[in-house]
Design a protein around this ligand. Structure first.
Ligand code: TXA
Ligand code: MG
Length: 350
């Protein structure tokens, strides 16, 4: 398939891009587009044939449900039932923005996009391209991240092109995304609100609006221990580069010594090594690829760079990645959640 690749850059040409994309979506096709979190791969959420194409393009397991993206709060009623005060307060505080709510689904939602669950994930993105596309196509857009399943989520158009060129109808290009990790998911279909996936909106922020908020125990725990996550997608070893990823955690100097030592050992075996570090320690390492994901005092920059780093290690065909661990006060909690998954929970405490 020839994929149309079009860049949003000025008002004159943008309108034609949105019109083309809207037409493709209405005809049951697939369009990738930027959001504030990561690039999404969109299809008409209420068209089962269209959303089936998402699963095929991503090679995504069919039990992993999709998020439905809307551009107008008034549409919430059409997609979900039991919309209570908690939902209204959450919408007011965080939409449009990087927060997905799990709610009891309305009958119009096909089972195929919820993986057979009686709930639906809904998000109203704040990125102007995503919002315009939803408004102009006059549909609800089901959109997972626009990567092949198991690869790091795309934070730049070139990542989408790497994974999806020739497979989908259209890719809308724009700048690097602002946030870089996927939305926070909160389950409000149950009595006590539960975070199913950490993201830019933190537990503390949610608690200011909702009171006590719980965290799905499977998020931090080892799935091998038998704890099953409530968001089906969280059980997969997502975000995995092809290399074996090992997190080394401990006091700074110890971490640096151990990573340099392990790197030397692997290189003696003829293997290629990548290191992921904060900017402060960048110069203290020697390896085939050293990638700095920003200052340790800048969690937002860590989030924006993480997936790009994981993709670069793939591109450079490294065999091993040693990574420092990063602070988790804000969006850093999401960074460490994704990194721990990429590492298949391999953490070396030194
Ligand atoms: O930031 C984001 O949320 C991005 C952009 C494109 O909006 N989208 C995204 O979608 O990350 P995806 O498909 O990569 O991740 C959706 C997650 C999966 O872990 C899935 O299992 C979970 O949401 N999910 C969807 N519907 C659910 C439901 N009804 N109950 C529990 N988890 C659900
Ligand atoms: Mg994803």
């Amino acid at each position: 398939m020839d994929t149309i690749i079009a860049k949003i850059q000025n008002k004159d040409s943008d309108e034609a891009i949105y019109m083309k994309a809207a037409q493709i979506l209405k005809n049951g096709g697939l369009v990738a587009f930027p959001t504030e979190t990561v690039y999404g791969l969109g299809a008409n959420a209420l068209d089962e044939m269209a959303s089936a194409k998402i699963y095929a393009a991503k090679r995504r397991p069919s039990d992993n449900p999709l998020i439905v993206h809307i551009a107008d709060v008034a549409d919430l009623d059409k997609l979900a039932v039991d919309i209570d005060d908690r939902v209204k307060k959450t919408v007011k505080a965080f939409w449009p923005g990087p927060l997905t709510m799990i709610l009891k689904k309305n009958q119009c939602i096909p089972d195929s996009i919820t993986g057979g669950l009686d709930t639906v994930a809904i998000r109203m993105p704040s990125h102007f391209v995503a919002a315009n596309l939803i408004k102009k196509s006059k549909i609800f857009i089901a959109a997972p991240s626009a990567n092949i399943s198991g690869r790091p989520s795309p934070t730049r158009a070139k990542h989408v092109i790497e994974d999806m060129n020739g497979i989908i109808d259209m890719i809308i290009e724009h700048d690097e995304v602002d946030i870089g990790v996927e939305s926070t998911i909160i389950d409000l279909s149950v009595d006590k609100p539960v975070i199913l996936r950490p993201g830019y909106i933190t537990k503390a922020q949610l608690e200011q609006v909702l009171g006590e908020v719980f965290v799905d125990p499977a998020i931090q725990g080892n799935i091998a221990d038998g704890v099953i996550p409530k968001a089906p997608g969280m059980k997969y070893k997502h975000y995995a580069p092809k290399a074996k990823v090992i997190i080394v955690d401990g006091k700074d100097n110890d971490v640096i010594d151990v990573i340099n030592c392990l790197t030397k050992d692997k290189q003696l075996e003829g293997l290629k090594v990548g290191i992921m570090t904060c900017s402060e320690n960048m110069k203290k390492y020697k390896a085939d690829v050293v990638f700095d994901i920003g200052s340790r005092y800048d969690e937002a920059s860590n989030a924006r760079t993480l997936f790009e780093a994981l993709r670069l290690f793939d591109e450079k065909k490294v065999d091993y990645v040693y990574s420092e661990s990063f602070p988790t006060n804000n969006v850093g909690a999401a960074v460490m959640n994704r990194l721990i998954k990429a590492a298949g929970h391999t953490i070396l405490h030194v």
